[in-house]
Design a protein around this ligand. Structure first.
Ligand code: SF4
Length: 300
């Protein structure tokens, strides 16, 4: 977990595979990289075994580009489609047992702080809706109440896509799936509200078809988690297989869903605003200057 682990050992450069050399020479480590530069650098995640056109993989790619310090970041995941891609990235990945990812991340985050002190080592959980809102719900919620300083990202495809289409707590009421043929009888869980009630310092909802916005929310969430407290991002990442979305319509679907029921939202605590402003120079949270008083008709 430092720039050293992506450098060549003296004399070994010429023996390393081309992929490795490309990553050292053209990867994002130690540089300021933006999603607007995609295509001009080597990404930490390029190959994965997920379905063609899966929106989740696009989101994971964007999220990884947005990590403020990828060379100092560990991702934590659990069973589900997402970990098939996350585990292929050129940054360390810890695979928890199903549902314990936020417990694992709590220990990891605390251990890294003990070991490295003030030097930021970012821990980012990326797990599906089943892992976050169903099977891992208890550990997710308690990590938020404890204000554990790491980011939780839910890859919300609104289904158990990896196991053939069972409904999850995040599936919408009435949705008919292969393993829920009568339609879901209960409402989609309001994890955003629960994150706020549990005290998360930053909570956002986002869809993957706006890369700059994805980049912005991931950066803020990771930076705030370094010192202020738990942060949560809920990303709509459709399952084109279980919801029968044609591959070439995946982004269109994301836009439709965003307009319909997954609008961008962002909650940020006052403490987090102050921290981002003072520590990282975010100007958007500075108090707005008062508008000049309107002229009174007839007065000079
Ligand atoms: S099953 Fe669905 S969520 Fe899983 S990789 Fe395929 S399209 Fe993506």
């Amino acid at each position: 977990m430092s720039l050293d682990y992506v450098k060549f050992s003296n004399g070994f450069e010429k023996f390393m595979p081309k992929e490795y050399r490309d990553m050292v020479e053209h990867g994002p480590f130690g540089k300021k990289i933006s999603v607007s530069q995609m295509g001009s650098f080597k990404e930490v995640l390029e190959e994965h075994p997920m379905c063609a056109g899966c929106a989740m993989t696009l989101f994971i790619r964007l999220a990884m580009i947005a990590f403020p310090n990828p060379e100092d970041t560990i991702t934590v995941g659990t069973a589900g489609c997402g970990r098939l891609a996350i585990s292929q990235a050129a940054i360390p990945f810890v695979y928890g047992n199903y549902g314990d990812q936020n417990g694992v991340a709590s220990g990891l985050s605390r251990g890294l702080r003990l070991r490295f002190g003030d030097k930021p080592k970012d821990v980012v959980v990326m797990a599906g809706d089943g892992g976050t809102a169903d099977i891992g719900f208890q550990q997710v919620l308690h990590s938020w109440f404890r204000k554990e300083r790491f980011t939780t990202i839910m890859l919300d495809n609104e289904v158990y896509g990896n196991t053939g289409g069972q409904e999850s707590g995040m599936t919408n009421r009435g949705a008919v799936l292969k393993m829920a043929p009568l339609g879901k009888k209960f409402e989609k869980m309001d994890m955003v509200q629960m994150a706020k009630v549990a005290g998360c310092a930053y909570v956002a909802t986002v869809v993957p078809n706006n890369p700059r916005r994805v980049e912005s929310v991931i950066k803020k969430a990771v930076l705030i988690a370094r010192e202020v407290g738990a942060t949560y991002i809920q990303a709509y990442t459709s399952c084109n297989i279980e919801y029968a979305i044609p591959t070439d319509k995946v982004m269109e679907d994301a836009k439709t869903v965003e307009n319909d029921r997954y609008a961008f939202s962002e909650y940020i605590s006052d403490e987090a605003k102050q921290y981002l402003t003072e520590r990282y120079g975010y100007k958007e949270f500075l108090p707005k200057p008062a508008a000049p008083a309107a002229a009174i008709p007839g007065k000079a």
